[in-house]
Design a protein around this ligand. Structure first.
Ligand SMILES: Nc1ncnc2c1ncn2[C@@H]1O[C@H](COP(=O)(O)OP(=O)(O)OP(=O)(O)O)[C@@H](O)[C@H]1O
Length: 404
């Protein structure tokens, strides 16, 4: 008997998902469902699937397949080993051909017979990769995926794609918690050695430096910029000759030129959340899904006020601070909704490198947050005040200040 496959269906039609889930289960496999690109990228960042079944149109009335082809390109750019089967309408043979050219393994036409569809997906999942040059994925690990559609993150992704496959020393800079470690992992994953683990070394740790000499693959070097000039010079001589170095640093300029020549040929600067228009919301929803799955809780939805708050806040510790706040809200909430008041950031003292405590909920975009809370609670000031974590009086004073 063949072994069970985990299959991801990306399709906005709930009825298709339900009927397919049954057929897949009867065949002994597991089906997860994403209703569009955002949920799909989030699921794919958390888990590896044996096959992806991809519908090509999500918005009502769309039949040109453009949305699905764009998502296909994104899936395969992040994970060239992904096994994707596309679903097209009967008239969509041209789109199916375009998808195959772009790297889909196969296609099925609507309406399908479940037995045929399953046979196609099983064959696609089990067929070995045509091009052995693609780095073979570590089996259990999901590919490294950076959530975010902003132009700033597209630039990071593009640099990873260009520089990852080379042997260049890369320094990943940015504020702590912005995802520098994740970007470093993406650079490594895009390299020919991407299937081997990185050796992680804190440059301030003498014992770790002693062990570093034996490392051959890729070195992830943290905090080299925090060493003095002499220690940096010493570090340079201790770096194994054949190792590729990916450094994570607060400040590339603090690395002395001789060491920079080895570990910082290319700098990838990870932007702050405030420079990634809209990404905070995609990340928050992603962290809701992750936390819900991790703690076996239902995935709550963010209210409009919570969404406004996520976008308006300056999170201490950046993406990590947002992830922590969201996870806490999932754990402590009612399982149905997360409101603005549920999203208090972690105590700023948790991170010495964090910015001074930001008054998350009523800071620079206070007016937008208050307006959203009022809308959400149909202008019931008592309820809006509770959602914002304020007394009625405090909310009235702020409304007056903003002329609301
Ligand atoms: N674009 C992203 N998509 C998905 N998850 C992200 C993204 N950026 C950051 N994260 C998550 O946020 C958390 C913090 O990221 P990471 O550890 O890479 O930060 P860092 O900048 O290396 O911080 P530090 O150097 O202080 O350890 C991790 O759980 C990481 O997976």
């Amino acid at each position: 008997m063949s072994s069970a496959l985990s299959i991801l269906l990306i399709d906005d039609n709930r009825h298709v998902a339900e009927s397919l889930a049954l057929a897949v289960r009867l065949a002994g496999h597991r089906l997860d469902h994403a209703d569009g690109p955002e949920a799909a990228l989030s699921l794919l960042a958390a888990r590896r699937f044996d096959a992806v079944l991809l519908d090509l149109n999500y918005a009502a009335g769309r039949t040109d397949g453009a949305e699905g082809l764009a998502l296909l390109a994104r899936l395969l750019a992040d994970d060239p080993a992904a096994r994707v089967v596309v679903i097209t309408a009967h008239s969509g043979i041209r789109v199916a051909v375009a998808a195959m050219r772009a790297g889909a393994r196969d296609f099925v036409m609507k309406p399908w017979r479940n037995a045929d569809l399953l046979a196609t997906v099983e064959a696609a999942a089990r067929r070995p990769l045509a091009e052995p040059a693609a780095p073979s994925p570590p089996l259990a690990e999901p590919p490294v995926r950076l959530i975010g559609e902003s132009a700033a993150m597209a630039r990071v992704r593009e640099l990873v794609r260009r520089i990852g496959p080379t042997m260049a020393g890369v320094v990943v800079t940015g504020a702590p918690g912005t995802g520098r470690g994740l970007v470093a992992a993406a650079v490594h994953a895009a390299s020919a050695r991407g299937d081997t683990p990185m050796t992680i070394v804190d440059a301030r740790d003498a014992l770790a430096l002693d062990r570093m000499g034996a490392a051959h693959g890729t070195l992830l070097l943290r905090h080299a910029d925090r060493l003095g000039d002499v220690e940096q010079e010493r570090l340079r001589y201790r770096l194994p000759d054949d190792a590729r170095c990916i450094a994570v640093a607060d400040d590339a300029a603090a690395i002395v030129p001789a060491l920079a020549r080895r570990i910082a040929t290319i700098e990838i600067a990870v932007p702050r959340l405030s420079e990634r228009e809209g990404d905070a919301l995609l990340l928050a929803r992603h962290f809701v899904r992750l936390a819900a799955a991790r703690h076996a809780r239902p995935a709550p939805r963010l209210t409009a006020a919570a969404e406004a708050a996520v976008l308006a806040a300056r999170w201490p510790d950046e993406v990590r601070g947002l992830a922590t706040a969201v996870e806490r809200a999932v754990l402590l909430g009612d399982g149905e909704w997360i409101d603005a008041a549920d999203l208090r950031p972690a105590a700023p003292a948790l991170s010495p490198a964090a910015e001074p405590a930001s008054r998350f909920d009523l800071d620079e975009n206070e007016r937008a947050v208050i307006e959203a809370a009022l809308r959400e609670h149909r202008h019931n000031v008592t309820h809006a005040a509770t959602a914002l974590g304020l007394s009625r009086g405090a909310l009235y004073r702020r409304m007056a200040r903003h002329g609301l």
